[in-house]
Write a protein that binds this ligand. Structure first.
Ligand code: RB5
Length: 151
């Protein structure tokens, strides 16, 4: 897996709810096998939980520079993505294929990749994570647009 954009001194942050647990574990396995350090904010099993309880700690860690990037998963991706984007320092992108993931980095400088765990398979997950971790931000006109996001 190409992880060119990773900052080697800080871990990738992971978070999920019960519906995203298996996908999050798969991502953890992929990253660990690639020698990438991770910080897992849970959840740690398939018992039903509330995604904000895991999204907020991940968002705070990314905002504080303790993790980069975040990778988060719930069933559809929507709930955890909505929660993450309540944080001023977070640009969280819902990614369901590798091209969307690459564009989330190159155009949006996304700092969290969210996936819909109930709707994509392992091959797609690996492609999304690889694209997200290897694609640089283009800057330029995209920086101007990002600068206009905060209210
Ligand atoms: C859990 O059943 C499900 O609602 C959650 O994972 C997510 O899809 C919410 O947006």
């Amino acid at each position: 897996m190409n992880t060119d954009q990773l900052q080697n001194d800080i871990p990738v942050g992971l978070a999920c709810d019960h519906a995203g647990y298996e996908c999050k574990e798969y991502v953890k396995q992929l990253l660990t096998a690639a020698g990438v350090s991770v910080r897992d904010f849970g959840t740690y099993g398939t018992e039903s939980v509330d995604y904000p309880d895991f999204a907020h700690p991940l968002a705070a860690a990314v905002e504080q520079g303790e993790c980069w990037p975040g990778i988060a998963v719930c069933g559809t991706g929507n709930g955890i993505n909505m929660t993450l984007n309540k944080h001023q320092g977070i640009r969280s992108a819902l990614c369901w294929n590798a091209e969307i993931a690459a564009l989330a980095r190159s155009h949006n400088n996304a700092n969290v990749c969210v996936m819909p765990g109930r709707f994509i398979g392992e091959e797609t997950v690996e492609a999304i994570v690889g694209a997200f971790l290897s694609t640089p931000f283009e800057g330029g006109r995209h920086q101007r647009r990002i600068d206009k996001i905060p209210l």
